[in-house]
Design a protein around this ligand. Structure first.
Ligand code: PLP
Length: 401
């Protein structure tokens, strides 16, 4: 069959890159290309106990339809934690439970944009969100960053030149893929620009709890006094991604529209897992669990950063992030990380070329992303050593483009 697909499915991801990343499915390959939480961090025993008690005590409720806003107890507990931990939640805000943070981005797009509108994204940015925007026929404009996050002048230049900007999508803390965290000053500046040019901000914060060093920086949403910021959070990186549990905190008028949009998408988030997440939050202290997860990831990050210093040529630049799940590296000027990715796949180590996360994936880029949460300690050490050898060979054999 020759299928004709909708225009909105175009430009999602180049198939050449997808083919390249398939090497990670080979069990012999050391996958630094994934972004999965560590399986050893999942509270399996606790969840098994809670599951059994749910079926014993409220089985019918767990198997019945629920409401699109989400299980009330989970909403309440999520709001409480947001308020205590991040100072988020003003009188005008409400919270909806969504099927992972990813759905928060999709619903925001669905309720706010028309085909041909513009969304500004950090460049590079999270591919899942960029594809959600693309699937609604939006124009993506990439805003430049430095180590302190979005460059306010660059953001203002885009906003001033494009009246169709509907929102800015940002991951200000431990950005995926770059690992960068926006400073408080920049967050304030970004919010001021949004006010000046009257666009909204979608703040995506799945990694905020995974800080291993340094001080927390206030979310942009906590600075928002007028309902301009849509905050998207997730339990994927602190509990488990398979339960597909996220939430959106935003002005109640926005949430009311999201509720209608969610009815069309999936009616409500999985009722059993919403009850399970609520019970987990009631019976256990999530912050204690997060503390354990942080310890595990800090150790893995230190290990990977140490191995990189030992095995990578000095010309490769990398920034050790203060949290999150990713290390972002750059080859010297003129080298292509796509070619490196091909070579490292042959040596049974997978990495992701940075261009995957760029607005225009066809542009040559020397950047690549490495994940440290999924591989074992042994795999981190062995894999970085192999990769170091592959990089050396590539730099020796090839001239810059
Ligand atoms: C920046 C960012 N946002 C959102 C998500 C989606 O997370 P969830 O599992 O909550 O849908 C991810 C997942 O990797 C991510 O990296």
């Amino acid at each position: 069959m020759n299928y004709t697909f909708a225009d909105r499915m175009q430009g999602m991801e180049s198939s050449a890159i997808r083919e390249l990343l398939k090497v990670a499915q080979d069990p012999e390959v050391i996958a630094f290309s994934a972004g999965n939480p560590a399986p050893e961090s999942f509270p399996i025993h606790e969840m098994a106990e809670i599951s059994a008690s749910i079926f014993q005590e409220q089985g019918a409720k767990a198997l019945q339809y629920g409401i699109s806003e989400g299980y009330p107890e989970l909403r309440r507990l999520s709001e409480e934690r947001l308020k205590n931990r991040y100072g988020i939640g003003r009188d005008f805000d409400q919270l909806i439970i969504v099927s992972g943070g990813q759905q928060g981005m999709e619903l925001s797009t669905k309720i706010l944009t028309n085909e041909g509108d513009t969304v500004i994204c950090e460049n590079p940015s999270f591919i899942g969100s960029m594809n959600a925007f693309r699937s609604y026929g939006l124009k993506l404009r990439g805003v430049e960053m430095d180590e302190e996050g979005i460059l306010p002048e660059a953001l203002e230049a885009i906003a001033a030149s494009d009246p169709k900007v509907r929102f800015l999508y940002t991951i200000p803390t431990f950005q995926n893929p770059s690992g960068r965290t926006m400073t408080l000053e920049r967050r304030k500046a970004v919010l001021e620009i949004a006010k000046k040019y009257d666009f909204l901000i979608v703040e995506d914060n799945p990694y905020g709890d995974l800080r291993y060093e340094g001080e927390d920086v206030a979310p942009i949403k906590s600075l928002d006094e007028e309902g301009r910021v849509i905050y998207v959070g997730s339990y994927s990186k602190v509990l488990a991604p398979g339960i597909r549990m996220g939430f959106v905190s935003a002005h109640k008028d926005l949430i009311a529209k999201m509720v209608i949009a969610k009815q069309v998408s999936d009616v409500h988030t999985n009722q059993f897992f919403m009850i399970l997440a609520a019970e987990y939050l009631k019976r256990y202290n999530l912050d204690d669990h997060v503390q354990e997860v942080r310890k595990l990831y800090k150790h893995k990050l230190d290990l990977m950063a140490g191995a990189i210093r030992e095995h990578f040529p000095a010309e490769v630049i990398f920034h050790k992030p203060q949290g999150g799940l990713f290390l972002w590296c750059s080859l010297p000027e003129g080298y292509d990380a796509l070619e490196l990715c091909r070579r490292s796949g042959e040596a049974k180590v997978s990495i992701v070329p940075g261009r995957v996360f760029e607005i225009d994936a066809k542009l040559v880029s020397g950047t690549f992303r490495m994940n440290f949460s999924t591989p074992s300690e042994e795999a981190i050490q062995r894999g970085v050593k192999i990769l170091g050898g592959v990089i050396r060979k590539y730099l020796d054999e090839c001239r810059p483009l």
